[in-house]
Structure formats: C-alpha cells, structure tokens
Design a protein around this ligand. Structure first.
Ligand SMILES: *Cc1c(COP(=O)(O)O)cnc(C)c1O
Length: 415
C-alpha cells in the first residue's frame, strides 16, 4: 500500500506520543496558563460543530454572552473573539484610540512590556512608568503623572491586573482611585488575561472602560478565544476613534450578538466549553473559587519559604493568587542555579511542566501555576514534584516545604 509521504511527519508531532514518552499518569501542567482543562470542559467541547447561523447555535450564543458578564462584574456587553489574548489587547486599543494618541502604561513585567510594544506597532505613543518586575502598579506615581498632564494628552491608562511573568497582582480599585484623584478623563484598560475567573474582578464597580481577557488561564478552557468587556464610555470613544480596524471592530459584533450570532465564524466548540466552564464556576460560587485560589497560593508560599527559597514578588499585599514566581538560589560563584535545567529535570522525571522565567527573568526564576481546575491534592502533587526536583537536581534547599503546605491545607483555615 502506498503511504502518504506526510504520514511520518504527522505521527511525529502527535501530542499523545509526546506524553507517552514522558510517562503514564496525568501530566501536571503547572504553568500559569494554559491551565489544566477539566474533563467536564473537554467533554463539552467534544460535540459536532453546528451551523453558526442556526437556531441551536443561537441558544448557545445568547447563553454564553449573558453568562460571561458576571465573571467580569459587568452588565454591559462582552465581546468574544476567536483569538488568543494578544488579539483582545489589540482590539481594545484599535477600537478606542487614534494614531499618535498618548497612552500611559506601567512596567509590571514581561506582559506589560509586550502590550506596550504592541501599542507602539499600532502607531500609539505609550509612556512607560518604569518598574523592577517585583512590584505592582505604583498608584502614587501614576496619580502624579496624570496630574502633570494638564493638557490631557494621555488618552488611556493601561495596566495588567495579574502580571503572569512575576506573580504580582495589582490593586485595580486603587488605580481607579488614583485616576479619579487626578481628575483625569483618560480611558482605563485592564488586562485580566490570567486573573479572570481566579481573582476577584469588578469591571463596572472599579470603573474600568475595557477589560481584556483570554480563555486558557482562569477560565479553564483551551487557548483560542479572548474577550473585551466594555463600558459605555469606551463605546462612545470607539465612535470617535480613528485607528484602522476591521476584524476587531466592536460595533458589528455587538450588533450581531444582540440575537446570539457573530458576523464571522465563531469558535463554536470553544463556546460549548465556555458554557460548561461558566457552569462550573457558578456551581462552586465565585467567592469560593477566589478563596480556593488564595488558599493554594498561601500554601505554595509556605512551601517556598520552608525550602528557604525566595518569592519574586516583594510586597505581600500584591502576592498573586494565580501563580508564584520563585528565585533560584545562588551558587558559591554568585550565579543562580539554572531554573530551566531544573524545569527540564522535573519534566523528565516527574511529568510536570513548570513555568519558565520570561525575558530578563529567564534562567533564574521559575513559576508554579496554581490556578484553574485545581484542588488540595493537585497542589500537594505539584509541590511534591518541585521538592523532589530540587533534591534530584542537587539544588540547596531545606526539606519540609510539602509538609508545611500540607499542615496549612489540613489545618483550620486560620492556621
Ligand atoms: C497569557 C497572557 C497574555 C498573552 O495572551 P496570549 O493568549 O498568549 O496571546 C497577555 N497578558 C497576560 C497577563 C497573560 O497572562
């Protein structure tokens, strides 16, 4: 029988084969996104793709467009794009701004830096408040910069809620208060790509104009859809803004969404998954979901401290409930033990993926994701993999991190 010559290539990239190579049992995907997709969501996605102009799709569309709103804490429309989070970043900017507009952004880490570069490519003039990648938004600095802007050149303030590269969560309500204290009319845009569905968020109450999010982190879906939640002020700004936009334009999408449809082909199967993931979040209760993330983050930090390792985030009030970035200890020559060698060993020996250090954190920081579909035993397994990895790699540490986490998890909530 004649074989299709591309056959060998196709089997070589079979992800199942890749997983079998590194062992049996479930792979621990403990990067801070994509997060583990729950079986319920995988099953919900595994249905026929239907006519996206038909009556069954309409029911699905109306349902997800309504159910997503409380996740953002909004009663306004939420636009859903078939795109990764980066697409939703771009959509937020091109819908509301014009070429040459000044935007004020804050250097919390790698993702804030990428968003700023994207703004530059679009012809905007981002001003970056410098940061050390170990703190969140400095509201005092932001307020004084806005007060100086007497001619109101700054058209938007853009911040990242959970900086996924550093494990630092900024206080969005405090950023809003800083903008108000300066009496500045700029639009307020927030990236919640890694925090939505894992940390409390209130688009309306915090006076956010555009909230950007993605599917593959707290929402427990595969990558592929992303979001813009919008305020009335953002919609008004979109009528006057003149950056070119076609695919990302809100107006046509919001108009089609009124009857449950999209102007272009939506990611139907991911919307099945979204409906299921939203059910799961509401069944658990959002307050419980957020408390669970806080609890697992606290247990993780107790483990890190017991190992004698350093947490990258400097300010305890800004610890991320979603991930913990850990600094590798130093060798006698002053260089850090290599974080990526350590991660490779953990993957090969224990079938667990940890997050790499991004950009200037590469090689000396690794990240433990504790978000999404996660429970006490998945956390103990995760921390067990880290502790065994530290031992197997000969990285200096104290034992007892997993024990410290278990003591916290098994004890009373105030222990
Ligand atoms: C993951 C992430 C992004 C990038 O999203 P993509 O889906 O990779 O395009 C942007 N911002 C933050 C905070 C993120 O965590």
């Amino acid at each position: 029988m004649k074989r299709d010559p591309s056959h060998a290539t196709r089997t070589a990239i079979n992800p199942r084969a890749l997983l079998n190579r590194i062992g049996q049992g479930r792979h621990f995907l403990q990067i801070p996104g994509p997060s583990n997709v729950p079986d319920r969501v995988l099953r919900a996605i595994d249905f026929p793709t239907i006519d996206h102009r038909g009556p069954e799709f309409q029911q699905l569309g109306l349902r997800v467009l309504e159910a997503i709103r409380p996740i953002f804490g909004t009663t306004n429309p939420v636009i859903i794009y078939p795109a990764s989070g980066t697409g939703a970043w771009e959509a937020a900017l091109v819908n509301t701004l014009s070429a040459g507009d000044h935007v004020l952004m804050v250097e919390t880490g790698h993702f804030a830096t990428l968003w700023k570069k994207l703004a530059e490519k679009l012809g905007l003039k981002p001003e970056f408040i410098a940061g050390d990648w170990r703190h969140g938004v400095d509201c005092g600095l932001l307020e004084s910069r806005l007060k100086e802007d007497r001619s109101r050149n700054i058209k938007a303030v853009c911040v990242v809620h959970n900086e996924t590269s550093t494990g630092v969560l900024s206080d969005i309500a405090a950023v809003r208060r800083a903008i108000d204290a300066a009496g500045h009319p700029a639009l307020f845009m927030v990236d919640t790509i890694s925090s939505l569905g894992s940390a409390e968020y209130k688009h309306d109450a915090w006076g956010v104009d555009v909230t950007i999010s993605g599917s593959q982190k707290g929402l427990m879906l595969p990558p592929g859809i992303s979001f813009n939640a919008v305020s009335d002020k953002a919609i008004a700004a979109s009528k006057a803004a003149s950056l070119p936009r076609a695919y990302w334009g809100w107006e046509e999408i919001i108009a089609a969404n009124r009857t449950g449809f999209w102007p272009t082909t939506p990611a139907t199967n991911l919307l099945y998954g979204l409906a299921e993931a939203l059910d799961m979040l509401f069944e658990e209760g959002l307050a419980n979901v957020f408390a669970r993330h806080q609890r697992h983050a606290e247990a993780t930090r107790r483990a890190v401290r017991a190992w004698g390792l350093e947490i990258l985030c400097k300010n305890p009030a800004e610890y991320s409930p979603i991930l913990t970035a850990v600094v590798m200890p130093k060798k006698s020559d002053g260089a850090h033990h290599n974080a990526d060698d350590f991660r490779r060993l953990v993957l090969e020996r224990f079938n667990m993926s940890l997050g790499t250090g991004l950009a200037k954190l590469q090689g000396w920081v690794f990240r433990i994701g504790h978000l999404g579909d996660f429970n006490d035993l998945s956390l103990v397994g995760t921390l067990g993999g880290v502790e065994m990895g530290l031992q197997a790699a000969g990285i200096p540490h104290q034992p007892g991190g997993v024990q410290a986490a278990m003591d916290y998890l098994a004890g009373r909530s105030d222990s």
